[in-house]
Write a protein that binds this ligand. Structure first.
Ligand code: RIB
Length: 285
């Protein structure tokens, strides 16, 4: 089993459910307020670790209770947190999530997530070896993410980028990406910058995924499930995919269908990182 190195975000997810998204100037009633540990980076790391992956995390939190809880949640889920550092002058990342009828709208304050330095990346990847997996997204400062992708590629790691939320500033670093995993919106924004050498997996919610590489193209729809909350389902997909790479599984239809099944299971439960399944739960599903 190879080690999975995740550079990414940690956000306190403040989620509230409503029957109607408010329009400008409107206040609507909500219910079921919950605070959870999220952030695309944390969600992906935990999804991989819950399946049995050996995962190390690099991220930044503020000196606040959200930060402490998120670091602790990573530890509870057996993710190595040596490279999760606290910054004094900025609050931890926060995501305000409004849930309505299986859809969500999120407002993000990335806070401490934007404080990753080159020094942090160098220390994090110091012991990484050829063939280890590097996973990242776009919720940290883009310059640090681009630098990390370059270092990871130079070390011979297998690099995975989930370009979410989409940001064209990452375009110069796309050459260092082995597997790019956007959703359909992110794909539309980035498609002009994706090289033919990049293996592409476009996630499509209930319509499953589409895999496009030089060697093969295939797709599959997601299994039908009773959806409770789709928040973090894309992250569960990325974390599960990283786990498959780390386990030496081939990137073929069987593997990607299983990854899609794992992400679908996460939508049957409330929350982001808390909703991703263990391998035992996947086997029983
Ligand atoms: O992808 C879901 C995640 O996006 C949430 O956990 C939230 O923190 C935002 O980063």
């Amino acid at each position: 089993m190879r080690t999975i190195y995740v550079l990414g975000s940690l956000n306190a997810d403040l989620a509230i459910t409503t029957d109607k998204f408010p329009v400008e100037g409107e206040t609507v009633n909500g219910s079921g307020f919950k605070v959870g540990c999220g952030g695309k980076g944390l969600n992906q790391a935990i999804a991989a670790a819950k399946l049995g992956g050996k995962v190390k995390f690099c991220g930044k939190i503020g000196k606040d209770s959200f930060g402490k809880e998120m670091k602790n949640w990573l530890k509870i889920n057996k993710v190595n947190t040596w490279h999760v550092k606290t910054v004094n002058d900025t609050a931890s990342g926060v995501a305000e999530i409004i849930l309505n009828n299986n859809n969500n709208r999120i407002v993000l304050d990335l806070g401490a997530n934007l404080k990753i330095s080159i020094k942090d990346i160098d220390a994090f990847l110091l012991r990484a070896r050829k063939g280890d997996i590097f996973v990242t997204q776009l919720e940290n400062n883009i310059s640090a993410i681009a630098y990390a992708l370059k270092v990871a590629k130079e070390k011979g790691m297998i690099t995975v980028l989930n370009p979410a939320p989409a940001n064209v500033e990452i375009k110069q670093a796309l050459n260092f990406v082995d597997y790019l995993i956007p959703n359909e919106t992110e794909y539309e924004i980035l498609k002009d910058y994706i090289s033919k050498d990049t293996n592409l997996i476009v996630t499509k919610g209930e319509n499953g995924y589409e895999y496009i590489s030089k060697r093969a193209c295939f797709s599959e729809i997601a299994p039908k499930v009773k959806v409770v909350d789709t928040t973090g389902a894309g992250d569960c997909f990325v974390g599960a995919f990283a786990y498959m790479l780390a386990s030496g599984k081939p990137v073929d239809k069987g593997t990607l269908d299983l990854v899609t099944k794992i992400a679908s299971i996460s939508t049957t439960r409330f929350g982001s990182s808390i909703s991703s399944p263990t391998m035992e739960e996947v086997d029983k599903f």
